[in-house]
Design a protein around this ligand. Structure first.
Ligand code: SF4
Ligand code: SF4
Length: 184
């Protein structure tokens, strides 16, 4: 009969010898292999106490950006939603009112901004489409949950911490971007 693959290996059907039937040599050989691994460097890490650094090109959960004054960059133009192949982004625009100049950088802002992380494929097209440097994919990910609705992230969950009120958290959220210049 013709073999389906060149990697097929003929299995030996010869009866086991006396020592093979004892199984002790095979058990000893297996234990030796186990012990030899005790002294090798562990390929695993003790997550979550230890975490591997993300790759510089890692694309994680989105963050809505603010400028150095803490004003929201997003002008609710909708380009990110149009660019999104997974239709994961929804938003509602609103006009900036007098006295809100310290909150929103542009005259129009996103009163509501949501991303459905169950739809998102982390392609980064929303970041590329944004003309205001208002959204970027960060070096973190959406934590696991039991309910689907928990994966729809609202604006307050996506916004970067305020750079003046919480500079440490702001710098952490910027990640590698802290060393890069931003486009306005
Ligand atoms: S990363 Fe891609 S899929 Fe996710 S919200 Fe942005 S454009 Fe949509
Ligand atoms: S995140 Fe950028 S592309 Fe999306 S609505 Fe805001 S300004 Fe426009």
């Amino acid at each position: 009969m013709q073999a389906l693959t060149s990697k097929a290996k003929q299995v030996s059907r010869k009866p086991m010898s006396f020592t093979e039937r004892l199984y002790l040599p095979a058990i000893f050989k297996g234990m030796m292999i186990t012990f030899s691994h005790i002294f090798k460097k562990k390929p695993t890490i003790n997550y979550p106490e230890k975490q591997r650094p993300f790759s510089p090109v890692f694309r994680g959960m989105q963050i809505l950006n603010r400028d150095e004054e803490g004003r929201e960059n997003c002008t609710a133009c909708g380009l990110c939603a149009v660019a999104c192949p997974a239709e994961a982004i929804t938003m509602e625009a609103a006009e900036r009112q007098a006295g809100e100049e310290n909150l929103y950088r542009e005259e129009k802002y996103a009163a509501k901004y949501e991303i459905n992380m169950l739809r998102c494929i982390f392609c980064g097209l929303c970041e590329e489409a944004c003309p205001k440097d208002a959204i970027y994919l960060s070096e973190t990910f959406a934590p696991a949950d039991y309910q689907r609705k928990q994966f729809v992230y609202a604006k307050n969950e996506l916004l970067i911490p305020h750079p003046k009120e919480n500079p440490e958290a702001y710098k952490k959220a910027l990640g590698n971007r802290a060393n890069k210049s931003t486009v306005n």
